[in-house]
Design a protein around this ligand. Structure first.
Ligand code: SAM
Length: 331
């Protein structure tokens, strides 16, 4: 059985936020330093998460699950949990991915690989030691670069490096990124800065994918790669170099018409879109407490998906309506 909405979009990709907490306080993601304010959250337990995955993969034929956050690797015993997920993977055949800042992966990438995570995205917004510190509040640029090397050595191919481009913050480093990674098995993914209630998004901090791409092409030539129909990225191969360059155009050219994604927040709320307010949210924790069967839950999900909007509103409108931030929804 498949999870299909009113616009005939089949959903088979689940993004799970494992925690709201993060060991970084990135200025654009967590400007209000929520880490300092979060009380102990009522997170989904690993048992509950495994049941969620069993429902999506087993009942609704989901093909991909991504773990994100907050910082997913701050959860205790996370590798043990991934090993349990691996058993479900072997049973149902879905793929797994993680988006992480990489900080806690130092010396542990092989463990991540063995625990069954197929694909690895590491966020890195500056190559410059001081700028990295001013963005993340941690002096760890070199550490993350060494984790990227470790990931390549351990066979993540390609290692995806996420760079959120913000004008006046790191747009001067776009070519440096391409230059630095061009000879490596890396996919550099330039992400358009997205508005959230708390991150002071302004048109003048925004840089569109076309501007970013033009800048890259001043120095390097790119050949278009065919992307998966549900892909959120426009993918390019660098001519004469192994690295790939992609652009995530969430704002300038949204990809809602082919959206195949749904989300679960760290506390178990089902979300139809990164930007949706959650009027039709299902709370998995509550359903589990009420002893709903898997069939009951599937019925709830089929009802909820009917309310998925055709596309998300324009940025200015999003700023007004979104009080939430990436940390609680999961980026
Ligand atoms: N802590 C992990 C990490 O650093 O990758 C996972 C969570 S983070 C919220 C996931 C991704 O969302 C990161 O690549 C981050 O750069 C991106 N992100 C956060 N806020 C964003 C924003 N306002 N616009 C675009 N991307 C954003």
């Amino acid at each position: 059985m498949k999870l299909i909405d009113r616009f005939n979009r089949t959903h088979d990709y689940l993004r799970i936020s494992l925690t709201d907490k993060c060991n970084y306080n990135c200025i654009y993601c967590n400007p209000n330093k929520l880490n300092d304010k979060l009380s102990k959250m009522d997170l989904l337990s690993f048992e509950e998460l495994l049941r969620v995955i069993e429902i999506f993969a087993g009942e609704l034929e989901f093909k991909k699950i991504r773990f994100t956050g907050g910082e997913p690797l701050v959860r205790r015993d996370i590798f043990k949990f991934f090993s349990e997920v691996k058993k479900l993977k072997n049973k149902y055949g879905f793929k797994t991915a993680i988006t992480t800042n990489g900080s806690l992966l130092k010396g542990r990438v092989s463990e991540l690989k063995i625990s069954g995570i197929d694909s690895l995205n590491i966020s890195l917004d500056s190559l410059d030691k001081n700028k990295f510190l001013s963005i993340t509040q941690k002096d760890e640029a070199d550490r993350i670069l060494s984790v990227i090397d470790e990931a390549i050595e351990n066979g993540y191919s390609p290692v995806k490096v996420n760079v959120v481009v913000i004008k006046g913050v790191n747009d001067d480093e776009i070519l440096n990124f391409v230059h630095y990674f061009k000879d490596m098995d890396v996919n550099i993914r330039f992400i358009e800065f997205m508005p959230f209630g708390s991150n002071a998004w302004e048109r003048n901090g925004f840089m569109s994918y076309k501007e970013i791409k033009n800048l890259v092409e001043e120095k390097y030539s790119l050949s278009v790669l065919s992307s998966d129909k549900n892909s959120v990225a426009k993918d390019f191969q660098m001519d004469n170099y192994p690295a790939k360059v992609s652009f995530i155009t969430s704002i300038s050219e949204h990809f809602c018409s082919t959206c195949n994604r749904v989300r679960i927040s760290s506390t178990g709320k089902f979300r139809l879109c990164l930007f949706s307010e959650g009027k039709h949210e299902i709370n998995f924790k509550k359903l589990f407490q009420k002893n709903y069967s898997n069939d009951d839950i599937v019925n709830e999900l089929k009802e909820a998906i009917k309310h998925k909007w055709e596309k998300h509103p324009e940025p200015e409108e999003l700023i007004e309506m979104i009080g939430n931030n990436m940390m609680s929804i999961g980026g």
